[in-house]
Design a protein around this ligand. Structure first.
Ligand code: FEO
Ligand code: CA
Ligand code: CA
Ligand code: CA
Length: 670
């Protein structure tokens, strides 16, 4: 956002187009939720502490509720070894050109933008890029990372990685330059963007999506298996099917797809998930920005388009592909903003957009098998003043019937969270015909409830949150961790118990306790685990434990992972020199016992980067993390990046990369 403030201004010697991410962030800075559901100005800002009677403990193991049986076995082994809180030696927070990990660990680059995915992939040549070659190479801006074991192995598996968006100014040599632009009557240095061509747009489209790649640990080091038969790139040009209640609805039909059941591509895949049956979930997030064109105010779809921020118009795709121009193909926008399921074991499989999970800006989609076998998927809608959701499948997971499991996300109930002032909460069902979700209110069917899930959630009175990001269930404790990244626009009268700070610059983490370890429960309780920011500045109001060092606090929680032992690791997005005096990174946060609220810095990214994708192998011996948009600070172009990490070679742009962290000599990440 600072970058946006610095670079985004009107006029100047050439038309300035802010980077897509600038605009994504700027848009998020006000939110589009104009509903009148409770902002709870009348609710007193109260700090809860019900931990005394909730008394959650790691000892309460969730035998029936788990993401992966392998994870449980590994966790049992870990506990047998006497694992406790976090043993690693904390690193110093700061900012420089490279990454840092705790002493005694190696952080090795595993896959960079442009790396080969197939044995016959072309060589990456940043000066001569093409869509064709990009579609055979690792994509840009790695975000979610998931690990799917092969034959139960923690040392041989499929890595699934989302490629969220593109930074053209850091990808294409010579395309952007530093120039002067007018701001407040003064001339200032700024990044002046080049002209888009159809070819450039097609390269961007090929750099989006995801990667499935076989990886193997050899002599303690991970390497890609380029001739792995399951390796695959998924892009904005990959054919997908549409399933669930909204499939085939009139609003999903386009000239190219009169059935409303087939769509080309997936975009802005932010975080995601891996299911118990070994599929890869890709969450479509800020899809509005890819659509341009106009919609008239008297168009029946206008209100919903506005609520979804469509058209965002930040990418040039609509100039070269009519389907991204809503003046020409308004319904195409309804076909994005979903959760996509990919079968990574079959590279010819057609990914499925599951409409039962609702349409919004899905940050992630972390799932868990409930004790009754139903599958529960948690999602945040990442915009200021938007909501937290969970989906509960109708059917139950069957370990012996993968084909049936692949249909589980087609049918079930989507809920949205209302956080009440007394520390209880209700998960409100988005079901057509129930409560206000009727034809009179604009919802003629369940399909319409799901396509316009934000509007339905508005009517149900969901709680407006401070940008919900990753929402992560902990199978060990029945708790669920919700990252709320920030919301500088929350006003005094909009403060509520679950969003307790006005102008929330640094975000917070909410801990939900699902009743009786029942993740499908519709009535739960919650607490604020952490209010983030510098605890030494009283005005910030941060709530880290006093044992947290000056390196251990952080701002802007974004993604997170739970290790096999049930411990929480948080990745951040937005720490920088001005706001926090540190880069983003991975912080280990204690959630149980006396150390609750203590945080330690384990890994940090190079300047300008964001931390994404934390993911453990089932034995906790490898921690995969994703470094996104390195060098994106100051006035970044390919010629002037803030760092050339990880190659540090002239002419080579900085490259987003997945890093594999292992302990020297082997053993668990501790
Ligand atoms: Fe892709 Fe919510 O950040
Ligand atoms: Ca996660
Ligand atoms: Ca992020
Ligand atoms: Ca974020």
């Amino acid at each position: 956002m600072d970058q946006f403030a610095k670079r985004h201004n009107a006029g100047g010697e050439a038309e300035y187009r802010p980077t897509p991410q600038d605009l994504i962030e700027a848009k998020e800075d006000f939110g589009r939720n104009c509903s009148t559901n409770p902002t709870m100005g009348d609710i007193v800002n109260r700090r809860f502490s019900r931990r005394g009677f909730l008394g959650g403990s790691l000892a309460v193991a969730a035998i029936g509720a788990t993401v992966s049986p392998l994870a449980l076995i590994a966790a049992d082994q870990a506990r047998a070894e006497g694992a406790g809180a976090f043993d690693f030696e904390e690193i110093e927070a700061g900012i420089d050109e490279t990454h840092h990990v705790a002493r005694g660990y190696d952080a090795d680059i595993l896959l960079r933008w442009g790396d080969k995915i197939f044995a016959d992939s072309p060589d990456f040549d940043p000066a001569h890029q093409s869509a064709e070659s990009q579609a055979r190479l690792f994509g840009y801006n790695n975000d979610y990372v998931g690990y799917i074991p092969l034959d139960g192995s923690a040392e041989h598996g499929l890595l699934v990685v989302n490629h969220e968006y593109t930074n053209a100014e850091l990808m294409f040599p010579g395309w952007a330059r530093i120039g002067k632009m007018a701001k407040d009557g003064k001339e200032e240095d700024a990044v002046i963007k080049g002209e888009y061509t159809g070819e450039l747009v097609d390269i961007e489209m090929a750099a989006h999506g995801g990667t499935v790649i076989e990886i193997r640990k050899v002599d303690g080091k991970w390497q890609p298996v380029l001739d792995g038969g399951m390796n695959r790139r998924i892009t904005a040009m990959t054919e997908m099917s549409i399933a669930g209640p909204a499939a085939g609805h009139d609003w999903m039909k386009t000239a190219a797809d009169p059935t409303g059941t087939r769509v080309i591509g997936t975009i802005n895949n932010c975080a995601g998930g891996v299911t118990a049956w070994g599929t890869y979930l890709m969450a479509e997030e800020n899809v509005n920005n890819y659509f341009s064109g106009e919609i008239k105010e008297d168009d029946p779809a206008f209100k919903a388009m506005k609520r979804y921020g469509i058209p965002g118009g930040e990418y040039a795709w609509g100039r070269f592909h009519d389907r991204f121009d809503i003046s020409k193909e308004p319904n195409e926008a309804n076909r994005f903003g979903w959760v996509v399921e990919v079968d990574p074991f079959d590279p010819a499989s057609i990914p499925v957009k599951h409409t039962a999970l609702g349409r919004f800006k899905h940050e992630g989609c972390e799932s868990i098998v409930n004790k009754d076998g139903r599958v529960v998927v948690y999602c945040g809608d990442d915009e200021r003043f938007d909501y937290v959701y969970k989906f509960v499948s109708a059917g139950a997971y069957d370990p012996d019937d993968r084909a049936a499991n692949m249909k589980l996300l087609d049918e079930g109930t989507l809920h949205v969270a209302r956080f009440d002032e007394d520390g209880t909460m209700e998960w409100l069902p988005l079901v057509h015909g129930q409560g206000p979700l009727t034809a009179e209110n604009g919802f003629a069917s369940q399909a319409e409830v799901l396509i316009h899930a934000r509007l339905a959630a508005d009517l149900l009175g969901a709680t407006k949150m401070d940008r919900p990001e990753d929402v992560q269930p902990n199978p060990r404790t029945g708790k669920v961790y919700c990252m709320l990244t920030n919301n500088s626009k929350r006003k005094d009268e909009q403060v509520n118990a679950a969003n307790p700070r006005r102008k929330n610059r640094f975000g917070h983490i909410i801990e939900i306790t699902e009743t009786d370890m029942d993740f499908a429960s519709t009535k739960s309780t919650w607490d604020v685990l952490l209010k983030c920011g510098d605890p030494s500045i009283a005005d910030v109001g941060a709530s880290f434990s006093t044992a947290t060092t000056k390196n251990g606090w952080f701002g802007m929680p974004d993604n997170c992972a739970i290790d096999a032992e049930g411990r929480l690791w948080v990745a951040t997005d937005g720490n920088n020199e001005k706001d926090t005096g540190r880069t983003d990174g991975i912080w280990a946060v204690e959630t149980e016992g006396e150390g609750r609220g203590t945080s330690k810095l384990f890994f940090r990214v190079p300047v300008g980067a964001e931390m994404c994708g934390p993911c453990f192998t089932p034995d906790d011996a490898t921690f995969f993390v994703a470094v996104q948009h390195p060098g994106d600070a100051g006035l970044p172009t390919v010629e002037t990046p803030a760092t050339r990490w990880p190659d540090f070679q002239d002419g080579m742009p900085p490259r987003p990369a997945v890093v594999a962290i292992t302990r020297q000599g082997g053993g668990r990440i501790a």
